[in-house]
Design a protein around this ligand. Sequence first.
Ligand code: 5GP
Ligand code: ZN
Length: 111
Amino acid sequence: MNDCIFCKIVKGEIPSQKVYEDEEMLIFKDIAPIAKIHLLCIPKEHFAYLSELNDGRRALLGRMIEKIASLQAELGLKDGYRLVVNQGDSAGQTVKHLHIHILGGETLPWG
Ligand code: 5GP
Ligand code: ZN
């Protein structure tokens, strides 16, 4: 998607502070953090919503979560973290490229 800001980050057309990258995903710092540590994990392939993950891609989400868990200490999240996926306008999804928010580095309020 040409006008997608996260696709531009994947292609390096927009700068980002990357903390992890492999052939299918990217983890980088959120530009407007709402927690001491606020990272975004995105698939390199463009999907707007979870519902677009077809049978061949559904496992990608599991691999993303597994990777985040395996990097917990390296990402500075040894005391815990929260994963959030906003889906659609009423959930406040502003970027229509699937992303997992990774929040941590402090005690997070719930609700
Ligand atoms: P959403 O509200 O769609 O779940 O979250 C989108 C997130 O992307 C927001 O937390 C916002 O701060 C972040 N964001 C938007 N544009 C950029 C950008 O150009 N670079 C980075 N690093 N984060 C961005
Ligand atoms: Zn995209």
